[in-house]
Design a protein around this ligand. Structure first.
Ligand SMILES: Cc1cc2nc3c(=O)[nH]c(=O)nc-3n(C[C@H](O)[C@H](O)[C@H](O)COP(=O)(O)O)c2cc1C
Length: 162
């Protein structure tokens, strides 16, 4: 039995078939896949990794991989930063090209952004509609309530729904 947290690190950014070949885990594949794209500040990646560590999700960096078999996952979480009101292109492209893979699955979206309150809500609703993912939340690194890890408490609330 190999330490799960070590494997977690090796799984990041792996294609699904690579994941199967590389991993030495002897338990079942995770139910949750987190697919994300992050920019230079890596805020989205930080949140994606935090979520992954809490629910033992498989992580996929969509800047590195675009062919992912989601068949085995029950829950698909997308994460993206926002530039000029738009989610990052690798996330948009993956969703457009893989809609058939989402049938019957619980699909959620988180966005990392600088807007808060009403502006943040409006932006989140717009992006949620554009991507066709109604279950969407936004996180801001300047949120008032943070947990011990310096992560917004709203992220923990999101994780509780996974
Ligand atoms: C050029 C640029 C444009 C941005 N535009 C927006 C925006 O329109 N709305 C917003 O809420 N945040 C905006 N932001 C803030 C980022 O979305 C935010 O810092 C996010 O956490 C970045 O995530 P990342 O580090 O994963 O790329 C912008 C940041 C930059 C650098």
């Amino acid at each position: 039995m190999v330490n799960i947290s070590e494997n977690y690190a090796t799984r990041i950014g792996s294609l699904c078939y690579t994941y199967t070949a590389e991993t030495t885990r002897d338990d079942e594949m995770s139910n949750v896949a987190v697919l994300y794209a992050s920019g230079i500040t890596k805020n989205t990646e930080k949140i994606a990794k935090y979520i992954g560590s809490k629910v033992d999700a498989d992580l996929f960096d969509l800047k590195n991989v675009s062919l992912i078999d989601l068949n085995e996952y029950k829950t698909i979480v997308f994460g993206t930063g926002i530039h000029a009101g738009k989610p990052y292109k690798p996330v948009v492209s993956f969703i457009q090209n893989n809609k058939g893979q989402f049938d019957g699955k619980d699909v959620k979206l988180f966005i990392c952004c600088m807007y808060n309150d009403e502006k943040g809500n409006n932006q989140c609703s717009k992006v949620s509609k554009e991507l066709g993912i109604p279950d969407a939340v936004f996180f801001n690194k300047k949120e008032k309530e943070m947990n011990q890890d310096g992560i917004p408490l709203s992220v923990d609330a999101f994780i509780a729904r996974l």
